[in-house]
Design a protein around this ligand. Structure first.
Ligand code: HEC
Ligand code: HEC
Length: 166
């Protein structure tokens, strides 16, 4: 028996569709596809449009840490604070000896420890440049999605459910 050819018209339609769509997919539209969610579709060789600058949040309210060893975010403005080898404006308020006057939270003991856990008299060189780890925040819409779940919530999940502790 001769095989049925009833699928031939469908194949023809698919081929036509492919012919119409393929050049677009392989052309500039594809080359300009989203390279990076923050950069958008701007091609690598071109300069992306700078996003709007949002004012720094300055509410002076300490934010929740998402996990125990998270460097807390900075709840105040740091515009114009000198932070170089000559002067550390952050330590002017956050040093152990300055907190009575400034009411700033003193940097924790880890900031005085070297990599062998020896406690030094002054802030450790590896913790000197505060903004390596601590950053101010802006009240802006997040540029990328985030599905982070706090470990506290993971621990509360019923055993056996996805992501539970046992
Ligand atoms: C004029 C004093 C002053 C200066 C300078 C200063 N801070 Fe603060 N900082 C504070 C005070 C006071 C708080 C407590 C919350 C508040 O009032 O904003 C604080 C809070 C913080 C916190 C939050 C701590 C937590 O546990 O949530 C971080 C992190 C921080 N500052 C980092 C910095 C960094 C980094 C710099 C330098 C770029 C800096 N601060 C400069 C006074 C200061
Ligand atoms: C290498 C990363 C790193 C650098 C650099 C660093 N920190 Fe931290 N900071 C942390 C982490 C992590 C924590 C939370 C855990 C801890 O206390 O070590 C923290 C905690 C803090 C806290 C909260 C302390 C508390 O007891 O709640 C303050 C205030 C702070 N840092 C200020 C500063 C300042 C000011 C500087 C610069 C002199 C600085 N940090 C440099 C990582 C860093």
């Amino acid at each position: 028996m001769k095989p049925s050819r009833s699928w031939m018209p469908l194949l023809a339609v698919c081929a036509l569709l492919l012919a119409v769509l393929a050049p677009q997919a392989a052309g500039p539209a594809h080359a300009q596809g989203v390279v990076d969610a923050m950069r958008g579709p701007t091609p690598i060789a071109n300069e992306a449009k700078a996003p709007l600058l949002y004012p720094t949040e300055n509410k002076d309210i300490r934010r929740t840490r998402n996990y125990t060893m998270q460097p807390p975010t900075i709840p105040h403005k740091i515009d114009g604070y000198q932070l170089d080898k000559d002067f550390n404006r952050c330590m002017f308020c956050h040093a152990r000896t300055r907190t009575e006057e400034t009411q700033a939270i003193p940097v924790s003991i880890t900031h005085y420890m070297d990599r062998n856990n020896n406690v030094l008299a002054d802030v450790s060189p590896r913790r000197y440049f505060c903004t390596q780890c601590h950053v101010p925040q802006a009240d802006a819409k997040p540029l990328v999605g985030n599905s982070f779940v706090d470990v506290e919530q993971l621990l509360k999940r019923k055993p056996g459910t996805k992501g539970s502790s046992n």
